[in-house]
Design a protein around this ligand. Structure first.
Ligand code: TYD
Ligand code: MG
Length: 449
């Protein structure tokens, strides 16, 4: 692109590019996010990279594809079975959630067999060393570089030829040929692409840490998500020690796995039995709670749903829900009124899912409805009961997938009775160490409790 160098205007929230400045981004509607950035002068891709030959599909060897296991089972599962050589993985999350800790812990096991380069633009070598000592991570093959200049980082990769690279964080590094400041959309995109080329050319996996903006998205999200192979989000309630690792994009595996960790004095510890954790501290003999069995990826999870119904003080009744879609709650309340004869119209309704979990699956409908009815009637449900099933607009219960795994999980944790849609019950043939109750409608489910 020859000619006069011009500026473009880029939104730091959505990455949208405009020829003119404006106070409000026309794409995402955010105020004061548009900043001027010089256009980058780049060599055209054809001259900068060697041209690749065309090959037939059969000629590509996939036998050699081995994955590196990090030794952290929860992480390996979220990644789809370990780290793929040549993969570029982005880990996003709020400050202080434990991204640097997790990445340093990955180094622990892998550095026994592989050479790892840990690049930090945020902390000093001493700070990292102190943390590494706490996590009992170290050794000859763990190399450390505290640098914010991307060219120096790329040189270090070429010189030391590590088997894996970690860049903490992408917002602190910058390429000198790009005029805009570190953390701007252009810098982030150019640095991520430079790392991508390095990963693919040398077949080394690279992890990058990305900060999230105030909406919880990774800064410059649209531009980065296209570039990287895998996007992981590390989330958790700041008031609790539990952390969830979710996958938002994965070119090498499924995106619906979650990994659960607990932050302890000596780093992150895997939680192999999250259901037990989610159910701890359950109140006894209280109305308005029901245990749901939902699937997170391939794993069944039991979670407590709490409902509270109380008379409306003024005019319109309030409907509030945490961890469950508000529109779905409104729909379920309408079905309960019209089809099952439970009236909520002059009552405030609150719903809460314990443990910061989000129940997005239709299978959570039945436990939500049961928790609400239990609160409405003010009668506690039997403690040993678990429920799952989708509720249709006619008030009927519809079957959901993964019934066997859900039942097995409920039985494993010592529950005595599980309420399932009648259709689901008919498909079951084995014998289970738990009483299975089939119900055709919500009303029937509640009456069979
Ligand atoms: P950190 O990994 O620095 O977060 P991020 O890189 O995502 O900003 O995590 C810092 C927090 O974790 C800090 O509040 C202290 C806590 N922590 C522990 O509780 N135990 C530990 O062993 C370590 C290393 C950190
Ligand atoms: Mg950090």
């Amino acid at each position: 692109m020859a000619g006069k160098q011009k500026s473009i205007y880029v939104c730091s929230e959505c990455g949208g590019q405009f020829p003119k400045w404006s106070g409000k981004c026309p794409l995402c509607g955010e105020w004061n996010t548009i900043a001027e950035e010089p256009t980058v002068v780049r060599q055209s891709a054809a001259t900068s990279a060697r041209r690749q030959a065309v090959v037939t599909m059969d000629a590509i060897d996939t036998q050699a594809e081995t994955r590196y296991l990090t030794g952290i089972g929860e992480l390996d599962r979220v990644l789809g079975g370990g780290i793929v050589p040549g993969g570029l993985m982005l880990i996003g999350g709020d400050p202080g959630i434990g991204k640097s800790t997790l990445l340093l812990q990955i180094c622990g096991k892998l550095s026994e067999n592989f050479k790892i380069l840990y690049v930090s633009g945020e902390e000093s070598p001493r700070q990292i060393k102190l943390r590494a000592e706490r996590l009992a991570v170290g050794g000859e093959s763990l190399l450390l570089l505290c640098e914010t200049d991307m060219d120096a980082v790329l040189d270090a990769i070429r010189e030391n030829k590590p088997d894996m690279v970690i860049v903490d964080s992408i917002q602190t590094v910058s390429l000198s040929e790009v005029a805009s400041s570190p953390g701007s959309v252009t810098q982030v995109r150019e640095c991520a692409s430079a790392l991508m080329r390095e990963a693919k050319q040398n077949d080394i996996p690279i992890f990058i840490v990305g900060h999230v903006n105030k909406d919880g998205a990774i800064a410059g999200p649209k531009v980065m998500e296209h570039i990287v192979d895998c996007v992981l989000y590390f989330e958790g309630d700041p008031h609790s020690n539990y952390r969830m690792l979710r996958c938002a994009k994965n070119r090498y595996g499924s995106t619906n796995e979650v990994g659960v960790f607990e932050m302890q004095g000596r780093g992150l510890v895997e939680v192999e039995n999250p259901s037990l954790m989610l159910l701890s501290g359950r109140p006894k003999n209280v109305s308005g709670t029901c245990v749901a069995c939902v699937m997170e990826g391939t794993r069944p999870l039991l979670a407590e749903v709490q409902g509270l119904v109380s008379p409306t003080g003024f005019g319109n009744p309030r409907r509030m829900s945490t961890g469950f879609d508000g529109n779905r709650l409104a729909l379920l309340l309408a079905v309960l009124e019209k089809r099952a004869g439970y009236f909520f119209s002059n009552l405030d309704t609150y719903l809460n899912v314990i443990g910061g979990l989000r129940l997005d699956e239709p299978a959570a409908d039945l436990p939500v409805a049961l928790a609400l009815i239990s609160s409405l009637k003010d009668t506690p449900m039997d403690e040993g009961v678990v429920a799952f099933g989708e509720i249709g607009l006619a008030g009927e219960l519809r079957s959901v997938s993964g019934a066997e795994q859900r039942i097995a999980e409920a039985a494993r944790l010592g529950f005595t009775k599980i309420i399932v849609p009648e259709q689901t019950k008919r498909t079951l043939h084995g014998t289970y160490p738990i009483e299975i109750v089939g119900a055709k409608t919500v009303r029937e489910a509640y009456e069979n409790l």
